[in-house]
Design a binder for this molecule. Sequence first.
Ligand code: GLA
Length: 662
Amino acid sequence: MTTIRHLTDQLGGLAFGGDYNPEQWDEPVWKEDDELMRRARVNLATVGVFSWSLLEPEPGRYDFAWLDAHLERLHAGGIAVDLATPTASPPPWFTLVHPDALPVTPEGTRLTHGSRDTYCLAAPAYRAAARRVAGALAERYGHHPALALWHVHNEYATLCWCEHTAAAFRNWLRARHGSLDALNEAWGTTFWSQRYTSWEQVLPPRATQWHKNPGQALDFRRFWSDEALAAYREQRDAIRAHSDRPVTTNLMLPHYQNLDLWAFGREVDMVAIDHYPDAPGLDAAADTAFAADRARSFGGGRPWLLMEQGTSTVYAGDRVLGKEPGEILRHTLGHIARGSEGALFFQWRQSRAGAEQWHSAMVPHAGPDSRIFREVTAAGEAVARLGEPAGSTVTARIAVLHDSDAWWALESDGLPSAELAYHPALRRAHRALWDAGVTVDFAHPSTDLTSYQLVIAPALFLLSDATADNLRRYVRDGGTLLVQHASGMVDERLHAHLGGYPAAPLRQALGIRVEEHRPLGQDERIELSDGSHATAWSEALHTEGAQTLAAYTHGMLSGSPALTRHRFGSGQGWYLSTRLDDTDYAALIARLLDETGVGPELPGMPQSVEAVTRRAPDGRRWQIVLNHGSQTVSLPEPAHDLITGATAHRVPAGGCAVLRLA
Ligand code: GLA
């Protein structure tokens, strides 16, 4: 059994740096890179992510000389390396030798090279080539003194619907369902005459005429995630045979939900994520916290790593927005506050040519005499002073339930409303808690939840009886659970729960039974009896022991319960059957926090001030305070700030502090 080295032990502190692509430049620029990396306190560079065509210029012939030289140079400059396997972008020769390994869209179009990610993960030739190149890199660099971390692939995310995929999908289905009869039963194929009589008839969910079979679509998502995980494991094991450095892959959060991130969290030595907010200002800060809390949770609370962020990148619809002065540091510390062991960027130097030449970087086209590089340097200096909290973790008393199956199931065709998407529901719950200043974990609904005072289940559409029973036991044993509308409607095969929603064990914990869903019209906004307002969805529900806290006041639902609370065992099950307006939802969350006695990390602060505590196993604590607002705030207690090395009494507008707590 190999003992895996810890990243921060090797670095002697937190990581700071980014994707480094010296192969796009020449010697004078490398010399400048050495100098600028020193200035910016870079201590970790991700190398080789898209270098397959240089590393293996023709089948089976490797050229390592250029990489040897860069690794030596970085090492001489005291910079450790996060070495990537280049498998996210096979070279053009590969597609000519293995045209069958190119990806095929649901419509049947075979893509070709000319971009990146032009491979099918299920194609045997691709998988073999990926294992080979990963093994060759590991054999050569597995013990290199500069090597601190392995970066397998890049953002496993792309899907494929080709014949290799079909074959692998059938194998997966055989293993999951055992027989064709069981598959027919699971997918409900008697509906619309879809009954399969031989395995060859079973396909990935390709383009078809009308709604896709939801069971087929969900199983395909599960299958693909398992396929990606198998591809990851193969590379990891090929590396592990030659190296004792930690291995990971950069997970893309939060939009590409093509992976079961819990499963990846169990397989990587350290969870790593890429994060680019999708809205500016306070929304970007909240989104940073959302991504970071997910990353920490997927690794079971272990320290994790922010593998990529942008210096200016906020993807907002059809444009890329800049980050305001101070945001580079605040986003950096926003991730570190929530357990990241550092902060890396994509990428070190802005590319002069190529598909991402306009993507931001630590050294922009303008060069080091730029606001961006000065802010990067300031962030690097701050991170260099944060060695103390390395290895410490974050504890939360609240969990939001998060399940990939429920996410994928809510992407089924033919749902009763187009407004049932999972990600916005998840994000909304997290945002309300973030606004309230409390720290939140995400948790899988089937895990032990007893350490949490409060658990929130937004849009947990798919819920097996066994998992529903886990939630029932959580409430019975003293937990407070808020279940939101459209939860527990189907089981793990996407079959509706009969006799009233949600799943029976949950009905018991909540003391209610939902009889009918009544989605609201697009412009419909209803008022509840307590004066709150709601949109999108309503339900005809009956209490079976629960107390009604607010009732509907409109139409046929007038007088029937909308928000309920049930005392069950020694806990409480709350049920919210509609989508409350933001302020009313915030008020409900505040009430639940009050009832469960969970307060903000730093009481008395405006909403724009974020505070999180990291704790070491020996009891030491640090509180990271980020002031996203435009007013200076005074701290309740002055404390030593690791960034300035002096006692902090206040945190200026747009500023940060990392306080050593007594
Ligand atoms: C991802 C990729 C990078 C780069 C950035 C751009 O995170 O891993 O290669 O494309 O996106 O934001």
